[in-house]
Design a protein around this ligand. Sequence first.
Ligand SMILES: Nc1ncnc2c1ncn2[C@@H]1O[C@H](COP(=O)(O)OP(=O)(O)OP(=O)(O)O)[C@@H](O)[C@H]1O
Length: 373
Amino acid sequence: MLIPFSMKNCFQLLCNHQVPAAGFKQTVKNGLILQSVSNDVYQNLAVEDWIHDHMNLEGKPILFFWRNSPSVVIGRHQNPWQECNLNLMREEGIKLARRRSGGGTVYHDMGNINLTFFTTKKKYDRMENLKLILRALNAVQPQLDVQATKRFDLLLDGQFKISGTASKIGRTTAYHHCTLLCSTDGTFLSSLLKSPYQGIRSNATASIPSLVKNLLEKDPTLTCEVLMNAVATEYAAYHQIDHHIHLINPTDETLFPGINSKAKELQTWEWIYGKTPKFSINTSFHVLYEQSHLEIKVFLDIKNGRIEICNIEAPDHWLPLEIRDKLNSSLIGSKFCPTETTMLTNILLRTCPQDHKLHSKWNILCEKIKGIM
Ligand SMILES: Nc1ncnc2c1ncn2[C@@H]1O[C@H](COP(=O)(O)OP(=O)(O)OP(=O)(O)O)[C@@H](O)[C@H]1O
C-alpha cells in the first residue's frame, strides 16, 4: 500500500530530531521504505545524497524506490563521450546524469526500477540485498531462473542482465543502489549506450556491456508495481518493519532541507561534464581541395571538461600555419561539451579570418570540431 508521507514525520524520522508520533515509533525504530513521486533523475539522485549526508542510520535501514523518465546515468569516474551517443540523446531529449557512485553506464526509463539500500557502513552488504530481491522475484514467479553474479549483477536465464549494481561508502553510512529491468525500451537502451566518437583515450572507468532482458518479457504480470511491492514485502519481513511504501516528494524542502540545491548541483556542467577524467581525442577527417582529398588531423587534450591543448594539423597550402595557430589558441580553455557549442561558435566567429576563402575553411574546421563534441 502506498502512503503519502507526512512531512513532519519524515523530517523527524530522517534527522532524528524529535520523538515521532506514537504510531510511527515502530517504523522509526527499525527502518523505512520510501518511494519517490518524482521521475526526475536529478531530483531522485539528490534524495540519495540527502539521506546519505543527513541520516543517522544506526538501526534504521532505508529502502528507496525511484523511477526516472528516459535518462542515461554514468558512473562517477566515467567519460560520457566514451559511453553514450550524446548527439542522439540531445535529439531525443534524453537527460544525462553523473551519479556519485562508481561503476558503469545504465539507461533508465519508467520500465526500470531503481532500488537504493541505505545502511550503516558496518551493515552494508550488497549480496544480502540482491538475495532479498531474488527472494521477492521467487515469491512472485517461482519459475524464474535468476542468479546473482560475483560482479553483483542479476542474470536471467544465465545470460541476460536484469540488474546492475553500484555503491557509495561514506565514513559511517553507505548505500547500494541497483536497477531492475521490468519493461524498459531495449532498442533505445542499446542505441543510446553506443558511442559514435572515435579516437578517445582516457583512464576513465569503462562500462561492461551485457545482453539485457526485461522481466515482463518472461511474464507479463511482472509489472514495476508488482515487483516493487514484492521487494517491499521481503524487505519489511527481513527487517521486521511495516511493509507500507511511503511516498516522498524530493523537491519538498520541509522534508529535506537544502535538497533543491543538491538537485541543481547535479545538473551543472561542472558536475556532469567537468568531472570527466582527463582525456584526449585524436581524430582526422578529409576535405576535398582542388580535386584531391586532404587529411586534417585534430588532437585535443581535455582536462576538467575544458580544452587544454588543441592541435590542428592541415597542409599549409590549405590553411596557413598562423591561421591554424589562431584557431588552436582560440579554442584553448573552452568547454568541451555538446550543450556549449553556441558559445564555441561565438568564440570562433570572433576570431574568424576576414578573407572569404579562409573563412569557409575555418567554418569547415569549426563544424568538424563541434561534431566531435
Ligand atoms: N537499467 C539497466 N539495468 C541493467 N543493466 C543495464 C541497464 N542499462 C544498461 N544496462 C547494461 O549494463 C551495462 C553496463 O554495465 P556495468 O557493469 O558497466 O555498469 P553497472 O551495472 O551500472 O555497474 P557496475 O560497473 O558497478 O556493475 C550496459 O552497457 C548495458 O548493457
